[in-house]
Design a protein around this ligand. Sequence first.
Ligand SMILES: [Fe+2]
Length: 369
Amino acid sequence: MLSSSRLAVSNPVVIERPGQGHPLPFVVQAEPGSADIPLEELLAWLTETTPQREEQLHRSGAILLRGFRAVKDAETFAEVVQRMAPQILDYAGGTTPRSAVSGKIVTSTDAPAHMVIGQHQEMSYLAPSAEFPDPTPDKVMFFCQIAPGGGGQTPITDMRTVYKKLPPELVERFVQKGGLIFQRRLPSEKKYGFEVTWPTAFGTDDRKQMEKIAAQRGWKVAWTGQGALEVTHPPSPVVKTHRVTGETIWFNQAHLLHKSVAPWRSAWLGPSLTQKLRARLMQPFIQDRFFYHSTHADGSEISLQDLETIRRVVEQETVMFDWQAGDVILIDNKLVAHGRRPYEPPRKVLAALLADTPRKSMLPDAGKN
Ligand SMILES: [Fe+2]
């Protein structure tokens, strides 16, 4: 448990999860006497309690810090982030649109307010390679600077439990077929405001440089007629063993990055029937801009029934809490998936990606000033 001789935190608030041996998230709530402690004191406490926090994080999967008023903006959040892991990562090659806020602190997502972002472990579709043996962040952090006007939760899901609750024959089928191949298209420029373009995602607008980055990661690339980049990833595993706990985790985004949930089949223009119909009609114009698809590694299509089963189990294991301004959540990105619910503005949630062991940046110009 987290404790400190100098800082009083109240008993953890636990989101009840009947049958589970650990709370999700583990909540550390400042007591009235410690809510106004200076940032330096909070940071010293975070440094001092690192071993206990890591142990709790691995047990629960996520820790929510609540009520510490010294954390109030991107700069103070960045100070907290730096105490949580040795390296802050660039957001390179991701699937969600983000904006840089301060240093490596970014907006959680620039996707429109009405859209649901499904549960995912950050970048779990990236296959390990010799150059990047572990390309996915170890931790993800979010900071709520402005609480949503309504909704806007960041639901979290224990993916160890998802692994245990999936039908064994489904898991076996996915493993037997050698993992998953992820394919996506990225346009060269924004048209609707929230696409992920390849120049933004990879920090270069040079096609040759882009091809070099792809080759380093073992990706196949093709250029479509509309200037979009089509990327096919090498097979990535469907399950992962946690580096510290040794637990097996369901670790992929097949349920999310699949053409069955493409924007033209969903509420990307809005939730009404007319908006959904309009989205359908727009497929030919947007399929180079928002195309994501996963297949089994042998090239066969994933059955829609399996995808529905995965989505159902993920949903059953998902818990939600309402954001309060000042909340900071630390998530073990291997153990726990996150998403985003639609919201009423305003909402300002910042994010950071972290690595527990030093690693090379995936951006080509990283290290340059
Ligand atoms: Fe995310």
